[in-house]
Design a protein around this ligand. Structure first.
Ligand SMILES: Cc1ncc(COP(=O)(O)O)c(C=O)c1O
Length: 389
């Protein structure tokens, strides 16, 4: 019972959230025109620029929903008949295909095997072969924990396509993201991931090239997710003026402002990325130390936020139920090609070194009980050694 109360969410979002952030949203008298709210919105927009490493030439957006609404809002930049290329390394890359197929645009796909990413040279070849309006990448594919080399991938396509879009849902706040330096037109994330806020919001930054598209009247977008409707809200709020298109998630935006204050002004973005990198390394050391394999096949594809763990004998689903009784909640494997063969450890947001140790220790105990062939204690030892460096 107590372990349940003290549960650690080693999940892929939502994640454990600092009390300070949750309390920031506990306000009984704040509406969308209240000065505290306008101030929190204004502050958040400014800090989102720092989070994505962009300047005033980029326009930040906070929209309701999450990663999927942010993704779907990209249809605001497309006209009927235009051609898009989806570069996908798994389930969330595939989501772009499902979204675009609902709209009158043409979709082509480059797909990686589970555990791999599509090589930048392969993408380059494709955009040279055929003219695309827009290309999408997924920075960290949450279904496998595979990280796409975004800087190199964008470089490979930049001269051949008008718009480059990156889904940074499992990367922003935990991996190096330089939207402006890398010349990305749309970089997006969701509140519940590495920035460690409750779910409910999609965050995006758009380049001036992308904003120009919003000045054209027509696009294939629907109503709610047409960024044309949200743009005046963002510019007004940044000027400190209350503005309405549709009711914003007021209390979660208060929490977002608190989280961004911690991320940018207190912890510092570089320190935060380093913390994620260290914990991810420690977790991988633990997994390999106990004798299991990681879903991402190449070290350069390892991410700071998600580790997929392959099991040999046991059913991965049983590991999750066993570990939750130990007070650790992990994420199920969702890649259809690896059904039952792996589970995921999320290590993002406010995750600590002690969380890494507890997680590896619990997984070891659970696997031993279930009959998996592991070296009990060797995982914890490897994690400790990694952290003690
Ligand atoms: C990489 C990636 N993109 C998009 C999404 C969709 O985000 P949401 O569930 O907030 O709609 C997720 C969710 O886990 C994700 O991991």
């Amino acid at each position: 019972m107590i372990q349940k109360e003290k549960r650690i969410l080693m999940h892929v979002g939502p994640v454990n959230i600092l009390d300070r952030i949750l309390y920031a949203g506990l306000k009984n008298n704040v509406g969308f025109t209240s000065p505290e709210f306008v101030q929190a919105f204004q502050f958040s927009l400014k800090k989102i620029r720092e989070l994505f490493q962009v300047d005033k030439t980029y326009q930040p957006f906070i929209i309701p929903g999450g990663g999927t609404s942010a993704m779907e809002s990209v249809t605001s930049l497309l006209k009927e008949g235009e051609k898009v290329l989806v570069v996908t390394n798994g389930v969330f890359g595939d989501r772009w295909i499902n979204i675009f197929k609902k709209y009158p645009v043409q979709v082509n796909v480059l797909k990686a095997e589970p555990g791999y990413y599509v090589e930048p040279e392969t993408v380059e070849k494709e955009v040279k072969r055929e003219k695309y309006k827009l290309v999408t990448f997924t920075h960290v594919e949450t279904s496998t924990g595979v990280r796409q080399p975004i800087r190199e991938s964008v470089k490979a396509v930049r001269d051949y396509v008008d718009l480059v879009v990156v889904d940074g849902v499992s990367s922003v706040g935990a991996e190096e993201v330089k939207a402006k330096d890398w010349n990305v037109d749309v970089y997006l994330t969701a509140s519940q991931k590495a920035i460690g806020v409750p779910p409910g919001m999609g965050l995006l930054v758009l380049s001036s090239n992308a904003i120009e598209k919003l000045k054209e009247e027509k696009s294939v977008a629907g109503y709610y997710l047409d960024l044309r409707n949200w743009l005046p809200v963002m510019t007004n709020m940044e000027d400190g003026k209350a503005s309405y298109f549709s009711t914003p998630p007021v209390h979660t935006i208060l929490m977002l402002a608190e989280a961004l204050k911690i991320i940018i002004d207190e912890e510092g973005l570089d320190n935060r990325i380093k913390r994620h990198e260290k914990i991810a390394g420690a977790i991988r050391a633990g997994v390999e130390g106990m004798g299991l394999d990681i879903v991402a096949r190449k070290p350069e594809a390892y991410s700071n936020t998600v580790t997929g763990v392959l099991v040999k004998k046991v059913n991965a689903g049983n590991v999750l139920s066993e570990v939750i009784s130990e007070g650790i909640e992990l994420a199920p494997g969702v890649h259809p090609a690896l059904q039952g063969k792996y589970f995921r450890i999320g290590h993002m947001g406010w995750v600590t070194e002690n969380d890494a140790i507890s997680t590896i220790a619990s997984i070891e105990r659970a696997l031993k009980r279930l009959g998996e062939d592991i070296k009990l204690g060797e995982g914890v030892k490897a994690t400790q050694l990694y952290l003690a460096k």
